[in-house]
Design a protein around this ligand. Structure first.
Ligand code: ATP
Length: 312
């Protein structure tokens, strides 16, 4: 095990996407021919970690995959992206997380996700990774693993004065309030903000109100992403939230845009810790806007070389 210090540590999920493109979605009991199949790397945790790594910070992933072909393949994918894998465990008790995705010619999809090994990451592994968590500059968590494990990881980071980003995705209506208290930045999209607050979030004005409600629950700052409209940022020390617009671009595939945004935000928090959060959000908008202009999830995430030098 490494005793190196990492800038960004992500505790989260890995999923292998098995994607079939078909003329239409099959009915129950039916077998149809598709015209294309491909395997992609996904999972919110891994996506966010890989985006941060591509911008040039030292990253480590804390996660669990199966002792199977997909698990071996995913570990190689982390290595190919310069993500440290000392805390990637393999288990024989469940398969690597997988998403079977069928997309028809109209762009509609049917998806089955089996979280598998992701749900077996627990306190024992967090304890083994504690030295890396303690020394990290930023720790990032989401909700695609056991929520207890996510909350424990955030708490460990918070107790050790490590900055935390919590992405409550996929959102649950009755999120445990301890998550707010251990989040330096609570970052979600419009639909997650809506589910968590019970308020409609359709525009910038709505997002300001939802951010105020989320902040009241105890986090130090809230960011709500708004697709082509960028995001809204609200810090505990400020009375009003700020709209940070994005330069709207023609999106070809927005899958993973939110993960690209969070990976870039983690990069900024680690690399420019004194920078105002609004400026970090502006830069994260810039990175995510690039990601929506290319097809795929991790395949669309930009590298340092794709971005202006002044960002670094
Ligand atoms: P997804 O679920 O598709 O991964 P999301 O719903 O979590 O994404 P969004 O709020 O849609 O997240 O997008 C995240 C960020 O991506 C936005 O805050 C913005 O910076 C950028 N973005 C998304 N769509 C566009 C676009 N059309 N033009 C410019 N930037 C965009």
């Amino acid at each position: 095990m490494s005793d190196a210090a990492f800038d960004v540590v992500v505790v989260g999920s890995c999923m292998t996407d098995l994607v079939s493109q078909t003329p239409r979605l099959p009915k129950a009991g039916e077998t149809i021919h598709g015209h294309k199949f491909f395997i992609g790397f996904g999972g919110k945790g891994a996506n966010q970690c890989i985006q941060a790594a591509r911008l040039g910070v030292k990253t480590a992933m804390i996660c669990k995959v199966g002792k199977d072909f997909f698990g071996d393949n995913y570990i190689q994918n982390f290595k190919d992206n310069d993500v440290n894998t000392d805390f990637v465990w393999q288990t024989s008790d469940a398969a690597t997380g997988a998403a079977s995705i069928t997309v028809n010619d109209a762009g509609e999809n049917a998806i089955v996700i089996v979280a598998g090994a992701n749900m077996l990451l627990g306190e024992e592994e967090l304890q083994k990774a504690l030295p890396a968590i303690r020394k990290a500059k930023v720790l990032v968590c989401q909700l695609e693993i056991s929520s207890r494990t996510s909350c424990q990881a955030l708490q460990m980071a918070h107790d050790n004065k490590v900055k935390t980003i919590f992405n409550p995705a996929p959102a649950v209506q009755d999120l445990d309030h301890s998550f707010y208290r251990v989040s330096d930045v609570f970052c979600c999209n419009e639909s997650e903000a809506e589910l968590l607050t019970g308020c409609t979030v359709n525009n910038v004005e709505d997002a300001h109100h939802a951010a105020e409600e989320l902040l009241r629950r105890g986090c130090a700052a809230v960011i709500i992403t708004l697709g082509p409209q960028g995001c809204v940022v609200l810090k505990a020390q400020d009375k009003t939230s700020t709209h940070v617009p994005s330069t709207a671009v023609k999106a070809v595939d927005t899958t993973g845009a939110g993960d690209s945004f969070i990976g870039a935000l983690a990069f900024c928090m680690a690399h420019h810790p004194a920078m105002p959060l609004e400026e970090m959000a502006r830069r994260a908008n810039q990175v995510a806007a690039l990601s929506v202009q290319t097809v795929g999830t991790q395949t669309s995430f930009p590298f340092k070389r794709d971005l202006p030098a002044e960002m670094f």
